[in-house]
Design a protein around this ligand. Structure first.
Ligand SMILES: Cc1ncc(C[n+]2csc(CCOP(=O)(O)OP(=O)(O)O)c2C)c(N)n1
Ligand code: SF4
Ligand SMILES: [Mg+2]
Length: 306
C-alpha cells in the first residue's frame, strides 16, 4: 500500500540538514517497550515532524499520561511532564494557556483517554486549547497487562474478561468528530511517513489538534495486529474530491471500522479562533500569563490571623 503524499527523499534531506535539532530529541535512556510495539514508530514520527517543522527541543513541552505510551516520557529530548492516569490533557492545557509560546503536545492511551479522562477530552475539544493531542489507541490497557478498554473489539478475550466484553467498542475519531472539533486526524503506527505528515499538520493547527494513532500492541492486542490494519487502510489523500473542511463527510467515512479504515486529516476548520484568542479578559494584552507572574507579599493579609 502506497500513500500519495510522501516526498520521502525531500523529507530525509531536510532531516539531514537539521540533524542538530533531530539529535536534540534523541537521548540515551533504555527502551522498555516490547519488541514490535507501535510506540517506537509513533515517537520516531513525532521527532521527525518536530524537526521538519523547525521546532527546537527547548521550545516544546511534551506531556505524557500513565501507560505504555507514557513510558516514552524519558525517551525524548525536550521538556517533558509525566502526568496522572487520565489527567494528561488538563496538565497540558494549563501549560499551553500559561505559556502560548511553547509547542505543547500530549500523549494518552485509549484507557486513560476514553475512560478515566474522557471528561477532559470533551472539554479540551469544546474549549479548543492550542495543543496537539496524540491518542495511542492500542485497543487495550497495555501497561497493566492487557485488560479490555473502551476501544477493545466486542467479544475478544482479554486478560480480566476471558469471554470478551459484550458491549460495543468506542470509535475515538467518530466520538471527537461529534463534539464540533477544529481538527481531527487519524494515522497508523506502521506508517511513519503518514504519521509524520499528519503530525506536521497538527503542529501547524491553531487549536486543539486531535490525532488518533491506531497503534499495534503485539503483546496483548491479538485482535487487530499489523496485517489486520494493512488489509483495511485507505488514505483520504487518495480519495477523489475528499476535502477536510466537510464535517458531515468526515463523520460518514469514520463510521466503518470493519472494512475500510480511512487515514488522513479527516477534518479541519482553519478559520476557528483558539481558546486564548476568544478569552474576553485577554483581549488587547500583549504579554503571556507566565510573563505576568510576579512576587506578591501576603504578609499584610496574614496579619488578619494573628
Ligand atoms: C486513576 C488510575 N486508574 C488506574 C491506574 C492503573 N493503570 C496504570 S496504567 C493503566 C492502563 C493504561 O492503559 P492505556 O491508557 O490504554 O495506556 P497503554 O498502557 O495501553 O499505552 C492503568 C489501568 C492508575 N495508574 N490510575
Ligand atoms: S504491552 Fe503493548 S503497548 Fe505496551 S510496550 Fe508492550 S507492545 Fe507496547
Ligand atoms: Mg492502551
Amino acid at each position: 500500500m502506497k500513500s500519495s503524499h510522501t516526498p520521502l527523499k525531500k523529507n530525509l534531506k531536510t532531516l539531514f540538514d537539521n540533524k542538530e535539532t533531530y539529535l536534540g530529541y534523541e537521548n540515551e535512556e533504555v527502551i522498555t517497550w516490547c519488541n514490535g510495539c507501535g510506540n517506537y514508530q509513533i515517537q520516531n514520527a513525532l521527532k521527525r515532524a518536530l524537526t521538519l517543522e523547525g521546532i527546537k527541543p527547548h521550545n516544546i513541552l511534551y506531556c505524557f499520561d500513565i501507560g505504555c505510551n507514557g513510558n516514552g516520557s524519558d525517551k525524548i529530548g525536550g521538556y517533558t511532564l509525566h502526568s496522572l492516569h487520565g489527567r494528561v490533557i488538563s496538565s497540558a492545557a494549563g501549560a499551553c494557556l500559561a505559556n502560548p509560546a511553547l509547542t505543547v503536545i500530549a500523549s494518552g492511551g485509549d484507557g486513560g483517554t476514553m475512560s478515566e479522562g474522557i471528561n477532559h477530552l470533551i472539554h479540551a475539544v469544546r474549549s479548543d486549547y492550542p495543543m496537539v493531542f496524540i491518542l495511542h489507541n492500542n485497543h487495550n490497557y497495555g501497561l497493566t497487562t492487557g485488560q479490555a478498554s473502551a476501544t477493545t473489539p466486542k467479544g475478544f478475550p482479554m486478560n480480566g474478561s476471558p469471554d470478551g466484553v459484550f458491549i460495543e467498542p468506542m470509535n475515538p475519531s467518530e466520538f471527537v468528530l461529534n463534539l464540533n472539533p477544529s481538527f481531527v486526524a487519524r494515522s497508523f503506527s506502521g506508517d511513519v511517513k503518514h504519521m509524520t505528515y499528519v503530525l506536521r499538520e497538527a503542529l501547524n493547527h491553531n487549536g486543539f489538534a486531535f490525532v488518533e494513532i491506531l497503534q499495534v500492541c503485539p503483546t496483548y492486542n491479538k485482535a487487530t495486529p499489523q496485517q489486520w490494519y494493512w488489509d483495511r487502510i485507505k488514505y483520504t489523500d487518495d480519495m477523489k474530491n475528499y476535502r477536510a473542511d466537510n464535517l458531515k463527510k468526515a463523520k460518514k467515512i469514520v463510521e466503518d471500522f470493519e472494512k475500510n479504515i480511512y487515514l488522513g486529516v479527516l477534518y479541519q476548520d482553519k478559520k476557528r479562533k483558539n481558546f486564548l484568542e476568544r478569552l474576553p479578559n485577554r483581549k488587547g494584552i500583549k504579554t503571556t500569563p507566565v510573563e505576568e507572574v510576579k512576587h506578591y507579599s501576603i504578609t499584610s493579609l496574614l496579619k488578619e490571623f494573628e
